[in-house]
Ligand binder design. Structure first.
Ligand SMILES: [Zn+2]
Ligand SMILES: [Zn+2]
Ligand SMILES: [Zn+2]
Length: 179
């Protein structure tokens, strides 16, 4: 990865650098996804590869209908049932997450990162950012354990504002340190 980043910086404008990094991320994602499928004994079929490619390129969550539209735009097609089955498989392998609030599916940006993967959804620009924090999992386990429950997985979506939308709604004033 550092090599690619350096190439981006050398070719200079900020935009070009971003594009190169973005392209690199997609390549890494497709490769990682293929590796994980293989390791779990699944074949990398053309439809699976296609859905992985579409989600890999998407910047935000896509519904199965959105995926179908993307495929049609590229003279490709898969029926709904096939798309749903592939999404189920990719979700079970944590390669894709369902983002309930956004009503769609999104590629995992933290493949192999420990702790449940969670999403922060900006109500203004709609951006979805993923993070994982194992210590948060432990705290949650302890809370429900006191209630007599044994948690195996945690799903949390945080709704609010990303920092740039927060800044523009608050005129760049940090509420914790008002003028
Ligand atoms: Zn993830
Ligand atoms: Zn935002
Ligand atoms: Zn967890």
């Amino acid at each position: 990865m550092p090599d690619i980043v350096i190439i981006g910086i050398i070719f200079n404008p900020v935009l070009a650098r971003f594009e190169i990094m973005q392209y690199y991320c997609i390549m890494v994602y497709v490769k990682e996804a293929a590796g994980i499928l293989k390791r779990h004994g699944y074949r990398i079929t053309a439809p699976r590869k296609t859905v992985i490619g579409v989600l890999g390129e998407a910047e935000g969550p896509l519904s199965p209908y959105d995926i179908q539209k993307c495929l049609r735009a590229n003279d490709n097609s898969l029926n709904h049932v096939t798309i749903y089955r592939i999404l189920d498989l990719l979700c079970s392998l944590d390669l894709v997450h369902r983002v309930i609030t956004a009503g769609g599916f999104m590629r995992c940006t933290l493949v192999n990162k420990k702790g449940c993967h969670r999403h922060m959804i900006c109500r203004s620009c709609g951006s979805v950012t993923e993070f994982a924090d194992e210590s948060l999992c432990e705290k949650e386990d302890a809370v429900v354990r006191q209630l007599g429950f044994y948690a195996e997985h945690h799903i949390t979506e945080f709704l609010g504002l990303c920092s740039s939308c927060y800044d523009s709604e608050n005129g760049g004033v940090d509420e914790a340190n008002p003028r």
